[in-house]
Every structure is written in C-alpha cells, then in structure tokens.
Write a protein that binds this ligand. Structure first.
Ligand SMILES: Nc1ncnc2c1ncn2[C@@H]1O[C@H](COP(=O)(O)OP(=O)(O)O)[C@@H](O)[C@H]1O
Ligand SMILES: [Mg+2]
Length: 246
C-alpha cells in the first residue's frame, strides 16, 4: 500500500470558533492509482491534501506513506520528506519568477545540494517529455498559463516522487489547456506508474482519474471507480471530445 490514511480529523480554531474541516477520513491508495477528490467548496478537499502532503498537522488520525507514519516526523524531517518524496502541483504554479523553466524544474534537487550541472539533463528531459523542450530558458512571465503549469508538473516529477499531490491543477486554465494538463497527468499514471491524488471541484476534470472520492462536510461520501461514479458517463464523453486532439 502506498498511502494509508486512518481516522483523519482536522479542527481549525480561531478565537471562540472551531471548524471541523475533516471528521474521520480513511482511505488506501495503491501505487499507480490516479484518484480525483471531489466535493463542494469547504468540504475539506484542500485540508485533506495538505495533511497528506505534510503541509499541516492532523488533529487526530494517522497518515502512512510507503510505510512511514508522517504524523510522527519532526518538522525538519517532514520538510525533507516532502521535498524528496512528494510532488506538489497547485493552481498558482508557485514558480520562482527570476529562474528559467529549467532552473525551476531543477530547484528541488538544487535545494538538496546537487549542482545544476548534475541535474540539468534530467530537468531538460522532463521538460521535453511534456512538450516544453523549446521553452527551457524562458522565464515564467514569458510563458502561457498552460506552459507554466507544465513546468510545475515537471518540477513535481524531478525527484521521482512516491506521490503527486495536485490541488485544482487546471483551476485557472482555459478548458482546452486544462484538458492537455489532465491528459499529461493521466499518461503519467498509466505509463510511468506515478501515483496521483488530484483535488478538483470540476466533474469533468475529475473524470480523468480512475477512482473518484467525494467529500462532503469533512467526510467521505463516495469512493468509487470513475466508471461507477454517476457523474462520469456524460462527462467522459465530453472529455473524449475535448482531449481528442492531443
Ligand atoms: N487555516 C484555516 N483556518 C480556519 N479554517 C480553515 C482553514 N483552512 C480551512 N478552513 C476551513 O475548513 C473547511 C474546509 O476547507 P478546505 O479544506 O479549504 O475546503 P475545500 O478545499 O474543499 O474548499 C472550510 O470550512 C474552511 O473555511
Ligand atoms: Mg480547496
């Protein structure tokens, strides 16, 4: 089992008020799965992803990634684990504006003490693989939204992460560019056995996953193969129309 989450709870407290963002979430993920996490705004999707990604600590419950209980890690160990073992793809790319596409992709390895000379071939190969071979020396502001998101995907892959965590990765892309990005994620899971957890509130984006987990009020409402998810039939047809050109 690549990921095992048990009885996960998260309570946010602000002054007198407390919000139960997650109320006992359990799930297991095998290597190579591409899972979409859906649910209305405020249902706890991002909180779940942040806890699994070690960006925040649970109030209760356990998270085990490749047999390691990350909730027992010190902050420092957690941050090293995050950088070496996890790949993050968020909506706003988080690329450093003064670094080229190539340097942004190489960054996680540079932070781990490797030299640019060492890591350049790998970063370049990843950019080429996702169709960015002609843009490697561009700065982020010289790239389109879809190109920036592809750089972010390459950066998430450069460490060969155990698990890729994506939060609304197509949230600020037009639908055609979004479909390309989703197609790339889908290929990574089928061809490279990358394991992907993708949060989205969009049914069409969710249909690219093989398994769809829906959250409601901080709990899992449904956890089904995409083929059995009631949203999927119509949406899959749309997806095939849209992604057909790639
Ligand atoms: N840092 C925080 N402080 C207080 N409340 C938060 C915080 N993060 C999330 N919440 C609350 O937790 C609930 C779940 O939020 P979130 O996980 O962001 O939902 P989603 O990503 O599904 O829209 C919401 O009610 C939200 O307001
Ligand atoms: Mg969110």
């Amino acid at each position: 089992m690549l990921l095992e989450v048990k009885g996960l709870k998260k309570v946010f407290t602000r002054g007198e008020e407390s919000v139960e963002a997650l109320r006992g979430v359990s799930l297991s993920v095998e290597r190579g799965e591409f899972i979409s996490i859906m649910g209305p705004s405020g249902s706890g999707k991002s909180t779940l992803l942040h806890l699994i990604g070690g960006l925040d600590r649970p109030s209760a419950g356990s998270i085990s990634i490749s047999g390691q209980s990350i909730e027992t890690f010190t902050d420092q160990n957690l941050s090293v684990f995050r950088r070496r073992k996890l790949g993050f793809i968020f909506q706003f790319f988080n690329l450093l504006p003064t670094l080229s596409a190539l340097e942004n992709v190489a960054l996680p390895l540079l932070l781990d003490g490797q030299s640019l000379g060492q890591v350049q071939p790998k970063a370049k190969e990843l950019l080429e693989r996702i169709g960015m071979g002609k843009r490697i020396h561009h700065l982020p502001d010289q790239l389109s939204g879809g190109e920036m998101q592809r750089v972010a995907i390459a950066r998430a892959l450069v460490t060969d992460p155990l698990l890729i965590l994506a939060d609304e990765p197509t949230g600020n892309l037009d639908s055609k560019t979004g479909a390309t990005v989703l197609q790339i994620l889908s290929e990574l899971s089928t061809e490279k056995s990358n394991t992907i957890l993708m949060v989205t509130h969009d049914a069409k984006a969710a249909s690219f996953g093989k398994r769809v987990i829906s959250l409601r009020d901080g709990q899992i409402e449904k956890d089904l193969p995409a083929s059995q998810h009631h949203l999927t039939a119509d949406v899959r047809r749309l997806r095939e129309d849209d992604a057909g050109g790639f």
